[in-house]
Each structure stands twice: as C-alpha cells, then as structure tokens.
Write a protein that binds this ligand. Structure first.
Ligand SMILES: [Zn+2]
Length: 118
C-alpha cells in the first residue's frame, strides 16, 4: 500500500542491528525512512502515527528506479524477526517480487519539514 504522494526523509543506518531496533521501536513520523549500508530503503507506510506501524521495503533496480519489494508490519514482529527481514532485504531475497515503482525524487537525503513532521 505505499502512499502515492508521500515524500520521505531518508536517514542512513549502516548497522543492521541498529536498523532493526529503530524499526521495531516504531511510532516514527510518517515521512521517516531508513537506508541500510547495502542500499535497501525502509519507508514508513503507516496511515497515521497511532495506527499499525508498517514499513515498505524498497530496492533500486539497474535503471535507478526504486521498487517496493515487500511490506512489513513491524508491530507484528519482535526484534529477531525484524532483524531477519533486514538481513533478507539486504541479501536480495525479496528481489523478485517488485510490485510498485517509486520515483527517486520521493526519497530525500536532505528533507525539509513537511506537513507530516513539521
Ligand atoms: Zn517530513
């Protein structure tokens, strides 16, 4: 269900364990996204901060397009499970089932305040 017009501020998180911890902590502002050392993007896809916390997993293809390859409901996972997903995503396990393309311009390294975090 990746949001159609949401723009994310992407923070680099190079350590898989730390990334898993951040994801499982939950209740991030809705424009939060993390990028792993391998380049996997985890984008907050929840409908609201109080709703079930969901993150979309995105990988960049050879053409430079971001593909959503998985959607993970982090509220239903413990730290170990999330860690497994983080490792699988980085290993390209989800590679084959890209089902949604997202423009690279929607992932901002320098994210100005938006209506979701401002
Ligand atoms: Zn924002």
């Amino acid at each position: 269900m990746l949001h159609k017009s949401r723009v994310w501020g992407v923070a680099l998180c190079e350590d898989q364990e730390e990334l898993a911890q951040k994801l499982v902590d939950g209740n991030w502002v809705l424009c939060t996204a993390f990028r792993s050392a391998k380049g996997t993007i985890w984008a907050n896809d929840a409908t609201s901060e109080d709703a079930i916390q969901e993150f979309s997993v995105l990988l960049q293809n050879k053409e430079g397009q971001w593909q959503q390859v998985e959607s993970i409901t982090v509220d239903w996972c413990d730290l170990e499970k999330i860690k497994q997903y983080v490792e699988q995503a980085d290993a390209g396990v989800f590679d084959e089932d890209g089902y949604c393309e997202v423009g690279a311009e929607r992932f901002q390294e320098h994210h100005p305040s938006c209506h979701l975090c401002g």
